[in-house]
Design a binder for this molecule. Sequence first.
Ligand SMILES: Cc1cc2nc3c(=O)[nH]c(=O)nc-3n(C[C@H](O)[C@H](O)[C@H](O)COP(=O)(O)O)c2cc1C
Length: 356
Amino acid sequence: MKLFESFSLGEVILKNRIVMAPMTRSRAINNIPNSLMAEYYGQRSGAGLIITEGTSPSADGVGYARIPGAYSEAQIAGWKAIADTVHNNGSKIFVQLMHCGRASAKENIPEGITIAPSAVQLSGEIHTDNLGMQAYDIPKEMTLEEIATTQNAYANSSKNLVENANMDGIELHAANGYLLDQFLNPNSNIRTDEYGGDYKNRARFVLETVQKTVDLIGSNKVGIRLSPYGVFNEMLGEHNEVVVMFTYLAQELAKIGIAYIHIADQRVAMGAPEFATDIKKTIRDNFDGVIIGGGNVDTSQKGEDLLNINYDLVYVGRPFISNPNLVEKLKNNSELVQPDFDTAYTPEAVGYTDYQ
Ligand SMILES: Cc1cc2nc3c(=O)[nH]c(=O)nc-3n(C[C@H](O)[C@H](O)[C@H](O)COP(=O)(O)O)c2cc1C
């Protein structure tokens, strides 16, 4: 099967085409990656590529409790131990950079305030460790200066991760309603300057961030995750610029020549409705680089089927939570252990490193 064959991604060779999908697990006490996390990722090094959980590039981006950052020396040291463990176990690893933007409460970001493209609040509540469930903050609309500072934070974190933490690359999280996606989407971006308005203006923050990151670490170390038609975090899934915007993004990203586009399919696990168009094909037709596809892959045949319809790599999320040796299990068609979601975001080792 092609799924178990090696693949050349940028400067690295992946031992197979299975990608561990980014999954927030909230074990980073004080937002610092630790040895428990190194053990967890080390256990999952059967994957050709590991994409880490969402990681904030700046102190105002850690919207959720205990998510890791990549903006302090201690955080970079923690990530280095993780990269070294994964490399020693024969896999490759990219850090997913996720600034939560408006998906945040101030209790979770003691060193900052909640910022977003526009002052549009999420409804509902978010977990905090000290005060329990809290309303999402009303975000502060980012100034042009804050826009530049935040873009630089993505680029500088990327440089630090690659140069000082031995990471193989980084993935910009422009999916699932976090900061980059908040700029893309008309539900969260109602700006009237050059970063809001039509799809080209809404894409500006993302494309400038990609370019700044590429300028510092090189195009073949930068991937991006997109979620067309996504509705998670109160994004507007379907609107009249979806096709034209993702066509434009794919074409511009192709010009920059990034390592890959990773398409998160929110119809799986995140409740998005059926897509109005074949948007994945639109992206494929306009981007001649590597594309990662997936969603609900729990057998090797489902992964192989995706490779046969023009994806290069296959992401697998939930099965990796509860099957550290997933690749072997897929190879042998063994039965998979189902994850316990009660322990998905708890701080301890239970439900994290104790799956067999
Ligand atoms: C516990 C959990 C945490 C997740 N955290 C992230 C995240 O930090 N970044 C991200 O892009 N997607 C995140 N996702 C979405 C997954 O990457 C993936 O797209 C989703 O689980 C569907 O794939 P699957 O059917 O293989 O599980 C998360 C999913 C789960 C279950």
